[in-house]
Design a binder for this molecule. Structure first.
Ligand code: B16
Ligand code: MG
Length: 220
């Protein structure tokens, strides 16, 4: 039986935490007098916490001390953690749970490749942490997406090559990271935004019947 490494991004793919990151960044930007809309937020998807704050400051043409920078990052994370406090199994994106269970049934290797430092507690809240053989997140990697480090680390830990790996991503930076690694990239979101992906779906529920089989024989 053919096997491939199935690597999932977390925020925006498995769970809709992207909207909570947006609220928390927007509040933070407002506290610094910086305008922050959905347009800017799109560019922060998949981007690490520290790089996100750097970008916001750049957009607002603001410089702050290293102490305030750290305080603002902590403040953003505290607000974000409050917003996701009540996450549970019902917050898993449509079709994702069934897709993961089908992969498990077919004994396909599954990994998480996320920029988030909150990935493990979030998977626990959702009750799906045990479905992942490997978890690579913001606590394990030094180079942020679009660098492919997070996905290369994940496939290596699963014991597969990049060419045998498939990445599911909602962010432009993440799709670029998968493509740079030579992995098949499946975008979850809007075609216009994720046009660099090998294929794009709005949701997992829009994938054709038996799509896992299609993926198993798909070549980059
Ligand atoms: P945290 P992903 C990314 O997760 C988010 O898309 C991005 O918006 C966030 O800033 C980043 O994680 C860091 O998250 O502040 O929780 O460490 O999409 O790569 O799963
Ligand atoms: Mg994401």
């Amino acid at each position: 039986m053919i096997k491939k490494a199935f690597i999932f991004d977390l925020d925006g793919v498995i769970v809709d935490t992207a909207k909570f990151h947006f609220i928390a960044w927007q509040r933070l930007a407002a506290s610094l007098g910086i305008n922050f809309t959905e347009h800017e937020n799109e560019q922060l998807k998949g981007v690490s916490r520290v790089n996100s704050l750097k970008k916001i400051l750049e957009w607002g043409n603001k410089e702050i001390s290293p102490e305030l920078f750290q305080a603002k990052m902590d403040q953003k994370n505290e607000e974000y953690l409050e917003l996701i406090e009540t996450l549970d199994v019902n917050d898993i994106m449509p079709g994702v749970h069934d897709f993961l269970l089908e992969l498990k049934k077919q004994d396909q290797p599954i990994a998480l490749g996320s920029a988030s430092k909150n990935a493990r507690p979030i998977l626990e809240k959702l009750g799906i942490k045990d479905l992942f053989q490997v978890i690579v997140d913001g606590t394990n990697v030094t180079k942020a997406k679009p660098d492919p480090e997070v996905f290369l680390c994940a496939c290596e830990q699963l014991g597969y090559s990049a060419q045998e790996s498939i990445v599911f991503e909602d962010s432009v930076a993440g799709v670029q990271a998968a493509n740079t690694a030579g992995m098949i990239s499946i975008g979850l979101g809007e075609q216009d935004i994720l046009h660099e992906a090998d294929e794009v779906f709005s949701h997992f529920t829009d994938m054709p019947q038996d799509y896992i089989n299609t993926l198993l024989s798909k070549k980059k």
